[in-house]
Design a protein around this ligand. Structure first.
Ligand SMILES: N=c1c2ncn([C@@H]3O[C@H](COP(=O)(O)OP(=O)(O)OP(=O)(O)O)[C@@H](O)[C@H]3O)c2ncn1[C@@H]1O[C@H](COP(=O)(O)O)[C@@H](O)[C@H]1O
Length: 110
């Protein structure tokens, strides 16, 4: 999973130098942070609507696709601000380790 993010993040870095006419990612950088944030917001709303549809019996593939769009545009946002996706993965790892330790401590008290 994080391999895919790492490969995609490397492509996104390359696209910072690409021409906006030939690359969607370059066109987002060219239009600036506000446009990128607008896309993140749009994809977040579309993800929420797709999740509600799944709950009422709709197609889960639409939710998968919208979540991919949300993650993708979030990666473009981080890249635009020169923040590595690794920092986000590290934050998740840290929380995972903290909760793992907390669970162990709780078990040892039983
Ligand atoms: N993963 C993606 C990806 N996911 C979604 N999208 C694009 O995100 C856009 C979202 O759809 P919308 O209908 O909301 O967008 P739109 O109406 O075209 O855009 P706006 O006018 O609203 O800005 C679509 O144009 C999709 O093609 C992506 N575009 C590119 N990638 C990856 O990014 C890499 C670099 O792409 P380029 O910069 O195009 O070379 C590619 O190799 C892919 O791996």
């Amino acid at each position: 999973m994080s391999d895919v993010l790492t490969e995609l993040a490397a492509i996104l870095e390359q696209r910072k130098q690409a021409s906006p006419e030939s690359s969607y990612v370059a066109s987002l950088h060219n239009r600036g942070l506000n446009k990128i944030l607008e896309k993140v917001g749009e994809e977040a709303v579309e993800t929420i609507l797709a999740a509600r549809d799944v709950q009422s019996g709709g197609d889960s593939q639409t939710l998968v696709s919208e979540t991919a769009d949300l993650w993708f545009h979030s990666l473009v946002m981080l890249s635009h601000l020169d923040i590595s996706h690794e920092q986000v993965l590290e934050e998740l790892r840290k929380r995972f380790n903290i909760s793992g330790l907390a669970e162990k401590a709780a078990r040892s008290k039983q």
